[in-house]
Design a protein around this ligand. Structure first.
Ligand SMILES: [Zn+2]
Length: 402
């Protein structure tokens, strides 16, 4: 007993992991083997939020709790996560020339940070823009870093920016975030719709994205914006991090009809790990969260304000800890999408570092726990390959519509 404990401790030292009593679980062993064989991909990683913090190095392992960080290259490797879309994210501010200039500067800085990080850690990661890149980088034993843009706000009113972002590696744009922008209406703008769906400018954006080969991401958009974009796009669309409204009723989640419509056009819905979008919180919990979320909208973020919001958010999490979602909630959403749309139209977009994380899945090093849950539910290796990236890479290969 003692010697076994010692050898486990030694293994822990060797691999740099903490002692995990579930090491001997046959399903975990099986999940590990599957992760060795299949390419695993996550379409929504907010690592750039952390990368903008002074001193944060994505090439070094962090402590999830102490460092409030869920993604870095060493932990991706530990969890056998092969590829992630790092999101160039800007919160929605004023729809003014100054607001757009600030958003553009922030976006360009984030592209630069991502490029610098993969250059600095060329032994660990590489930038990817195509499915072939991802498979090649995975074979080389490195992490593939794709880039997506969450919120089309940095496009402003200048269509030519799309070309610029494409050239910098951007392969999807989430049309809106929590509030309306010049492209279209968001599902959560407190002021309600502004354009009645996709704006005239938004229509041009969709056409230009099709032309360049940037995927249209409908996560966060209002239902009307969704249907407008879907009707217009000549390429399949994705929801980079969205769950099923049938299981968790919230405007940010997708109805069964929307999920089926994405599938009918060959696209994919990537399930996220955000507790509020997996399991409906109580009204009081929802109200407290909304208040915190809206504190960021339209405001210039200072370190003091950020710290205050983080502290408020922590205390809300503590008060409502019993309502936090678990691994089985994620699998329930996957099951539901498979049931109504088929195994070829579901994937994963964690939202780690942006609100993702459930009981049993706290950071990228633990993603095999989700595969264990999928195995428990009798998904085959081929199903898991599709869920963990195969479907998304199929769609990415069709992003360019001539
Ligand atoms: Zn988001």
């Amino acid at each position: 007993m003692k010697s076994k404990l010692h050898s486990l401790l030694f293994l822990g030292l060797l691999t740099g992991t903490s002692l995990r009593p579930v090491q001997d679980d046959p399903l975990l062993q099986k999940a590990r083997q599957i992760h060795q064989r299949v390419l695993t991909l996550d379409t929504h990683a907010d690592a750039p939020i952390m990368m903008q913090k002074p001193g944060f190095d994505v090439g070094v392992a962090h402590d999830t709790k102490r460092d409030q960080s869920q993604i870095d290259f060493p932990r991706m490797k530990q969890g056998r996560m092969d590829a992630m879309f790092f999101a160039v994210y800007t919160s929605q501010g004023p729809r003014t020339p100054e607001g757009h200039a600030n958003a553009k500067a922030s976006a360009l800085r984030q592209f630069e940070l991502i490029h610098e990080a993969v250059k600095k850690h060329a032994d660990q990661a590489e930038l990817a823009t195509t499915p072939a890149d991802a498979y090649r980088i995975e074979k080389a034993g490195k992490r593939a870093v794709f880039i997506g843009m969450e919120n089309g706000y940095p496009i402003g009113d200048d269509l030519s920016m799309l070309r610029k972002y494409y050239d910098l590696g951007c392969r999807y744009v989430t049309l809106t975030h929590f509030a309306n922008n010049l492209i279209g209406d968001s599902s959560t703008d407190p002021d309600g719709p502004l354009h009645n769906g996709l704006s005239d400018f938004g229509k041009k954006v969709v056409v230009e994205m099709n032309r360049l080969g940037i995927l249209i991401d409908v996560s966060h958009v209002a239902d009307k914006t969704f249907y407008d974009a879907l009707a217009l796009s000549k390429a399949p669309v994705i929801a980079s991090h969205s769950n099923a409204r049938a299981l968790c009723d919230f405007p940010r989640n997708m109805t069964d009809d929307m999920i089926r419509a994405i599938a009918a056009r060959g696209g994919v819905v990537q399930v996220n790990f955000v507790s509020d979008y997996l399991r409906k919180p109580s009204d009081a919990h929802r109200a407290a969260k909304t208040k915190i979320r809206m504190a960021r909208v339209g405001r210039e973020m200072t370190p003091e304000l950020e710290a205050r919001i983080t502290a408020q958010s922590d205390s809300v999490s503590k008060v409502y800890a019993s309502e936090r979602a678990s691994l089985s909630d994620i699998a329930d959403h996957i099951d539901h999408i498979v049931k109504i749309a088929g195994i070829d139209h579901v994937g994963i977009g964690s939202d780690f570092d942006g609100g993702g994380g459930v009981n049993g899945l706290e950071d990228v090093s633990q993603i095999e726990n989700l595969t264990v849950e999928l195995l428990r539910r009798k998904y085959s290796e081929d199903d898991i390959r599709k869920i963990w990236g195969g479907n998304l890479l199929r769609v990415l290969g069709k992003a360019k519509a001539l």
